[in-house]
Design a protein around this ligand. Structure first.
Ligand code: FRU
Length: 532
């Protein structure tokens, strides 16, 4: 009997051994992936959730020296799912501390994107004048209703308030405060106090347009007007609007900026954020006529031409000397966000950027200013004043600097109508290249050889490009690397490109390649960055 059973026993033991080896294999694979995520991919200065999925930034406000960032979060998996609002704070926009989840789904639905304001005058009466409430306005998405197929009113706007500066929240008992009138996509309320007419204004994505609403107390809202039909890009759903005023070239004159995220339809595929310049009188947003003419001539107005900056909006209750605004986006793209090769966490935010409005011979342009306050985080600096080189120049030699987190600035002068390519390279032969094709008046990023790309067909099918709008024979360029991200600010932020990548080792060298006769570089500054 025993003999008869032996082959079965042996086979059983072999199968058991193999499955446990497989388990061990996949366990060790997972551990390796975790290590890779933490070592090579988790950025130092960009916010990432400790665990699981994140998309849009939500409810950002600045209060009593603290920046609050809430975010679309699925705390139970590393893919999009039932949305909560995660929460993180920072005092310097470099270090972020994650807190308890701020808003959980409820009987009205999951918690989609929205904004938060400090109600200084206590118009909502949800706090006191001495301790003004923070009021969050968000979309309740009723997924059960949505799944039924014939329902269209499953997205409604609700509010929650905090009387402890944003750390804990109470949902308003008479939610929703703005009911869906029968529009499938009716979401992402962004609210601000309009000084001119002394009331709250909400801009809301409604199908393929933006609708504006007004309120005296944040609790009851009435419709004002709509914007968007026949204007701008309509190749996808309009999402995450933001409306704010900006001074023109630092003067007293000002214009209003309307941001609209769109997915798909971005200039390089998938998700991206377009902007419109115009005027807002407390009731209507009217696009500037010159701006509209330029748009009709197919000028592109995107806040970022890279593939990875989406759903960005501005902080409430923040101001600087220039009366600018502070903006931050989600550093991914719906084309592949759910598939990027990190496991423990998925997605990072962009670095915060101050936005400025410039008017030149070519009309209005929104400039994004890269964060410049890196002194405290600089581990090592390399500088070089002016030098000329031919064909291929090594700007950073192997071993000179750790390029995994770094800020690099330089000017290229006496440009010819040729191509200028910066190449970052590591010991594995992985390469990330980007630069200027002055002949075609285009900037570009090519991440097709920068490590893992196979998770998505569209991640690196072709290089991303952006038109160079500035006409000049010199180029100021600044870029920031942070493990998995490259943010390039061309022409003082007139054109920005943000892209993520997944290499298996840090970049070690930086070269500049050109087919111009000579290349002249001025004011090269390289800072290796680290946390102290
Ligand atoms: C934009 C978006 C929003 C929505 C949220 C859901 O990325 O689709 O319109 O509120 O994400 O997570």
């Amino acid at each position: 009997m025993i003999l008869f059973r032996t082959p079965f026993l042996v086979a059983f033991l072999i199968v058991l051994h193999l499955t446990s080896c497989k388990k061990l294999d996949s366990y060790s694979e997972r551990m390796n992936q975790f290590k890779m995520d933490e070592l090579h991919h988790r950025p130092l200065f960009h916010f990432t959730p400790e665990k699981n999925w994140m998309n849009d930034p939500n409810g950002m406000f600045f209060y009593k020296g603290v920046y609050h960032l809430y975010f679309q979060h699925n705390p139970d998996a590393n893919v999009w799912g039932p949305m909560h609002w995660g929460h993180a704070t920072s005092k310097d926009l470099k270090h972020w501390e994650e807190h308890e989840i701020a808003l959980f789904p409820d009987e009205l639905g999951t918690i989609f994107s929205g904004s938060a304001v400090v109600d200084h005058k206590n118009t909502s009466k949800l706090g006191t004048l001495e301790n003004p409430p923070i009021v969050a306005i968000y979309t309740n998405h009723n997924s059960q209703k949505a799944k039924k197929g014939n329902a269209i009113d499953f997205q409604n706007q609700s509010i929650a308030y905090s009387t402890d500066e944003g750390y804990s929240w109470t949902k308003y008992e008479r939610n929703p405060v703005l009911k869906n009138p029968g529009i499938i996509d009716f979401r992402d309320p962004k609210v601000f106090w309009h000084e001119g007419s002394q009331k709250w204004i909400m801009s809301l994505a409604a199908g393929q347009e933006i609708q504006y609403f007004e309120s005296q107390n944040l609790l009851s809202w009435s419709y004002l007007s709509s914007f968007g039909q026949g204007i701008g890009n309509h190749d996808g759903v309009w999402e995450c609007p933001d409306l704010f005023p900006l001074p023109v070239n630092g003067t007293q004159a000002r214009k209003w900026v309307q941001l609209v995220s769109i997915n798909p339809g971005g200039p390089n595929g998938g998700s991206a954020t377009q902007y419109f310049i115009g005027d807002f009188d407390g009731t209507q947003f009217i696009v500037d006529s010159e701006f509209q003419k330029a748009m009709e001539k197919k000028h592109s107005y995107w806040i970022d031409f890279g593939k990875d900056n989406y759903a960005g909006v501005t902080f409430s209750n923040w101001s600087n000397k220039a009366n600018g605004v502070l903006y931050l986006g989600w550093m991914s793209n719906w084309e592949y966000a759910n598939k990027v090769p990190t496991t423990k966490w998925r997605s990072a935010m962009t670095l915060p950027r101050e936005l400025e409005l410039i008017q030149n011979h070519d009309g209005f342009r929104l400039h994004s200013k890269a964060p410049s306050d890196w002194d405290k985080y600089t581990v090592k600096t390399l500088e070089k004043e002016t030098f000329s080189q031919q064909k291929e120049t090594r700007l950073i030699e192997k071993g000179a600097i750790d390029l995994s987190t770094a800020q690099i600035k330089l000017n290229l002068v006496d440009l010819e109508e040729k191509k200028y390519t910066f190449i970052l390279e590591n010991s594995r032969g992985e390469k990330l290249s980007f630069g200027l094709n002055e002949k075609a008046h285009q900037f570009f990023i090519d991440r097709s050889q920068a490590g893992e790309t196979s998770f998505s067909e569209t991640f690196s099918r072709k290089p991303s490009i952006a038109p160079r709008t500035k006409k000049a024979t010199s180029l100021q360029i600044q870029f920031i690397l942070d493990k998995m991200s490259l943010e390039v600010f061309f022409d003082q932020g007139e054109t920005v490109m943000t892209e993520i990548f997944f290499t298996h080792a840090p970049f070690e060298t930086l070269s500049l390649k050109t087919d111009a006769n000579t290349v002249k570089i001025e004011n090269l500054l390289i800072r290796e960055l680290g946390k102290k």
